[in-house]
Design a protein around this ligand. Structure first.
Ligand SMILES: [Zn+2]
Length: 389
């Protein structure tokens, strides 16, 4: 196919952080006089002291677990856990059930893109833990059309149909089941360096139904009737503050590393790791492993590896060495390209046309301003634990 990974499309002179591996492929990156990026500085100043690598949070965890159990007394479930089959959500399920004695409602979205290895992992872990898995099967004709719609926009972030569905379903289940706690797998350990906002240009926030509906209205050729939407106000304000449903991130209260997670899951459940974060899903693997690096010059591994570097789990040299190789080999990329075309039922020429089209200049309706304001407030009161830039 001969589409090389682009180093960077940014017009800025190339520069890379002296501490992590974030570089000017993020157009908005800011370096201090020592050549250290703002993400590293923010991690050191704001996040590491409080997180402390998961150490010293025993009392907080204990109180949290007893509050969850109390809230779920006499109910079938005491919390909700969305299981993608990825490392973080799977490890959280292991801790929740085996170590903490919680009774989560565990659900998984089947949007048509699951890879067999992920399905197998999910089966092995839930069976061994004796947990009933609720699978939400999305309407494939609609998911297919929505995925094509996002390709037609020329935007970079094309995972929106699946990501939004996940958030909407969490909101829906929390209301339906009357459960007061949602377990969120976000963790400082492997995710503290978020994907740069500059890579998401033109897209609305993932949980923002206004944006999702606008793309659907403009770019879908069939009516979308079965898809569940949510919106920022419902998700970020009404459900947590009016309905009192708390989204908690308990992985930040325990000590672990990416390696120790893999070891535990492999030993206890014969869990098979995927090689790269989010590679449990065909479309995400294709988008993050090939589409973004070759069309936009953005390699999501920069953020993922930087998280490991700043938290001391990997040396910067090791991370740089990994980045020298493309995320997927030429053969793997070609195979994925064909598989995605075949799943979507389109000719390879059509997908190539989307890959070569100009970047999106269309403006979509969104609640972005409300979101940004919310993040600022959350940062001020110490609720935002991610370096979002
Ligand atoms: Zn840095």
């Amino acid at each position: 196919m001969n589409y090389p990974v682009i180093k960077s499309k940014s017009k800025r002179p190339y520069q890379i952080c002296k501490c992590c591996v974030m570089d000017t492929s993020d157009e908005d990156i800011v370096f201090d006089s020592n050549g250290v990026c703002m993400r590293c500085n923010e991690y050191k100043e704001r996040i590491e002291p409080e997180w402390n690598h998961g150490k010293g949070h025993e009392k907080e965890l204990e109180e949290l677990l007893s509050a969850i159990k109390k809230s779920g007394k006499d109910k079938k479930y005491d919390c909700i856990l969305g299981l993608s089959g990825g490392l973080d959500s799977t490890y959280m399920l292991h801790l929740a059930v085996k170590e903490w004695g919680l009774r989560p409602f565990v659900f998984h979205i089947d949007a048509g893109w699951n890879l067999p290895v992920a399905e197998e992992n999910i089966r092995k872990v839930t069976e061994k833990l004796g947990v009933k898995l609720h699978i939400e099967h999305m309407n494939w004709d609609e998911m297919r059309e929505m995925q094509l719609a996002w390709f037609r926009t020329g935007l970079e972030m094309l995972d929106a149909p699946q990501d939004h569905a996940f958030i909407s379903l969490i909101d829906k289940y929390s209301q339906k089941l009357g459960v007061k706690y949602i377990l969120n797998g976000y963790n400082v350990c492997t995710e503290v360096v978020a994907d740069p906002a500059s890579w998401e240009k033109g897209s609305g926030p993932t949980g923002d139904g206004t944006y999702i509906r606008d793309v659907v209205d403009k770019y879908c050729n069939i009516p979308i009737k079965n898809y569940t939407y949510t919106n920022g106000i419902r998700h970020k304000f009404i459900i947590p503050y009016v309905k009192g449903v708390k989204t908690i991130k308990p992985l930040n209260l325990v000590e672990f590393t990416k390696e120790s997670m893999i070891k535990t899951l492999s030993e206890e459940y014969e869990y098979i790791p995927y090689g790269q974060k989010h590679f449990e899903d065909l479309i995400t693997k294709f988008l993050e492993g090939w589409w973004q690096p070759t069309r936009f010059g953005h390699d999501i591994r920069r953020a993922q590896l930087s998280s490991l570097v700043v938290t001391g789990q990997m040396s910067r040299d090791e991370a740089l060495k990994i980045l020298e190789q493309p995320p997927l080999s030429e053969e793997e990329s070609q195979e994925l390209f064909k598989e995605v075309c075949s799943k979507l039922g389109i000719l390879e020429e059509e997908l190539k046309k989307y890959h070569e089209m100009p970047e999106c200049t269309d403006k979509f309706k969104s609640q972005e301003k409300i979101y940004k304001f919310g993040i600022k407030v959350y940062e001020k009161i110490g609720l935002e634990k991610r370096v979002r830039k």
